[in-house]
Design a protein around this ligand. Structure first.
Ligand code: CUA
Length: 340
């Protein structure tokens, strides 16, 4: 019975379409739930321009898609039940050729002009950076050379004022990106790039490496904290101080441990004998919100876990597993958490 076969096919087609739609919706929900910043919720000057451009492009392209769909559905509906015959040929019809060449040409030209006008508003390089961001496998060195401190993996910036950054790399190509500030820029070994933008709203924003740079690329994050200007000044003053002297008994023991087990060959703590430059500066480690380039939140439990097994937490990172007795690991944790 041909009708029932046709019916069956139609039902199957609808089922496939419904399934595809369900998959798309489910994927969108899953992605929306990701612990990742929403690039369309910009809180920075450059980001606002980029979002404006994205909305224009999306709008125009959605218009194109919708037009095609409407025509397609119209043709399907009106053509249903008509006797099959060969389609009329349009080869050599100059008017039609001109029309369907002109329409895409106009669309592409409009997209081009929008892109040039809006990206030009982002007002790129002027020199005079406040600090240098250096990409490393797999963490961020933020070097405030003029102010005399480093603040790895966490930076503060005053709201409403221009943040201006020199961009470098110590090993491979990384890419500096705070999605909600907008703009991203490659960190290239042997070359200094520059980026600047104005943060427009206070808050904590996640920064990410957006260029694949090795196995732990996905765990190369940092925190960009936007605060009122007076709070920023206070932060700078705190960062300029040398490390606090430990007070608790465990922390005091921890200070002895850290200077005797070789941490100083990679790490520096200003005001102590640790002067390494290969790993993150730990002078104010306890004040930071993340560990290992924001792989873990900075809590004593997580820090202990990190000290005990860096290679388990972040395989192939440059921090080696150093075999230490548990009490020394706990003392180290106590000392580092006191470095506020
Ligand atoms: Cu650094 Cu990806």
């Amino acid at each position: 019975m041909p009708e029932s076969v046709g019916e069956q096919r139609r039902v199957t087609r609808w089922a496939v379409a419904a399934l595809a739609a369900a998959v798309v919706v489910a994927a969108a929900l899953v992605l929306a739930g990701c612990d990742s910043p929403d690039i369309l919720r910009s809180e920075g000057s450059a980001g606002n321009e980029i979002v404006t451009l994205a909305k224009w492009i999306f709008g125009i392209l959605a218009g194109v898609l919708l037009t095609v769909w409407v025509i397609l559905v119209f043709v399907i509906v009106t053509g249903k039940g008509r006797p099959e015959k060969e389609a009329s040929q349009t080869k050599g019809n100059l008017r039609i050729e001109i029309i369907w060449t002109a329409i895409p040409a106009v669309i592409v030209t409009v997209l081009f002009i929008l892109t040039v006008v809006i990206t030009n508003r982002i007002d790129m390089p002027a020199r005079g950076a406040q600090f240098t961001a250096i990409g490393r496998q797999w963490w961020w060195d933020f070097d405030y050379k003029d102010l005399g401190f480093k603040s790895p993996n966490e930076i503060y910036a005053p709201v409403g004022r221009r943040t201006s950054i020199d961009i470098e790399s110590a090993d491979v190509i990384h890419s500096f990106w705070v999605p909600q500030m907008g703009g991203k820029i490659d960190m290239i070994p042997g070359h200094v790039n520059h980026i600047h933008f104005v943060p427009l709203k206070t808050g904590e924003y996640l920064g990410e490496c957006s260029e694949f740079c090795g196995v732990q690329h996905g765990k190369m994050r940092f925190l960009f904290v936007v605060v009122p200007p007076e709070e920023y000044t206070a932060w700078v003053e705190r960062q300029q101080q040398p490390a606090a002297k430990p007070t608790g008994a465990e922390a005091v023991a921890g200070e002895r441990v850290i200077s005797s087990v070789g941490c100083g060959s990679c790490h520096a703590i200003r005001g102590t004998t640790l002067k390494g430059t290969f790993g993150p500066d730990l002078t104010h480690f306890g004040s930071r919100k993340g560990i290992a380039a924001y792989t873990l939140r900075n809590t004593p439990e997580n820090l202990l876990r990190w000290i005990q097994d860096p290679q388990g937490v972040k395989p192939e990172c440059n921090m080696p597993n150093v075999p230490l007795p548990l009490d020394q690991q706990q003392q180290l944790t106590a000392y580092l958490e006191e470095l506020r």
